[in-house]
Design a protein around this ligand. Sequence first.
Ligand code: BG6
Length: 299
Amino acid sequence: MSAIAALQERFALPATLHFEAGENGLTRAVFTTPHAQAHLYLHGAHLTHYQLTGQAPVLFLSGCSEFAADKAIRGGVPIVFPWFGARSDDKSAPSHGFARLRDWDVASTTLHHDGSATLELSLAPDQASQKLWPASWEMSYRVTVGATLHLELSVRNTSDTALHFEDVLHTYFVVGDVHRVGVEGLGSTEYLDKTDAMQQKRQNTDPLHITAETDRVYLNTRATCVIDDPDLNRRITVEKRGSDATVVWNPAQDKASKMADLCDDEWPRFLCVESGNIGPHAITLAPGATHTMSVTISA
Ligand code: BG6
């Protein structure tokens, strides 16, 4: 029996969730619920599509993404773990950690009374991850697709020493034109400016308007953010728990043109508003403890 047939037999939810070969043959789960459709790849536990019935897609996915087994998918919701960006003590280690490069296991599927569905994936160390990051841990990722999108990432420390890590749900949102959206929720908040040698600054205005390359780590914020999009005539709400940092990123023309897995004209059509725990908010977990971060997206 093929791997997809085995998943189908054990975990499919009739008329709501099935498994299939997606782009480049990578296995994905396809959700078809009364309110929304979604695609979730086992490669990286990477959600690439979420769309409310009758609306434009909520998540941006690059038409130039490679869907290669050793690369992260460009767009959707990459999972950043156990470090954010380049690793400070090893520049050759993969950007944003290894969780988005691994194939995750399916743990369970659940159909809820309102027609929404949850797929739970799990990840544990393997030889390659142990080389990069010798530690003992378990992760679980629960994705619930319905009238809202609910993402819940849990990390459990299964070792007998403290576990120190960063994590981010790196959500890419479709926008009509990045120059015309306003991001609400970050007024009067301090941030590290990655485009200006990590200087710490304070955002005065609310909403934030994107006028150039933007790469900011907002500190000490649990605020709900809203992307107000006049062109698509919609407001995307990003509500989070268990996260003390928010990253806002758009590469703009110059950086985008150097990214092989982003098509040239795509950068004005997405904005990343990411929820996580990074830098001064990195998590230290006691032995046996679990940390959970969740994000609820509505549009
Ligand atoms: C953002 C970072 O979260 O991710 C940016 O703040 C980075 O600095 C971007 O460029 C994309 O990273 P990657 O590794 O997916 O190209």
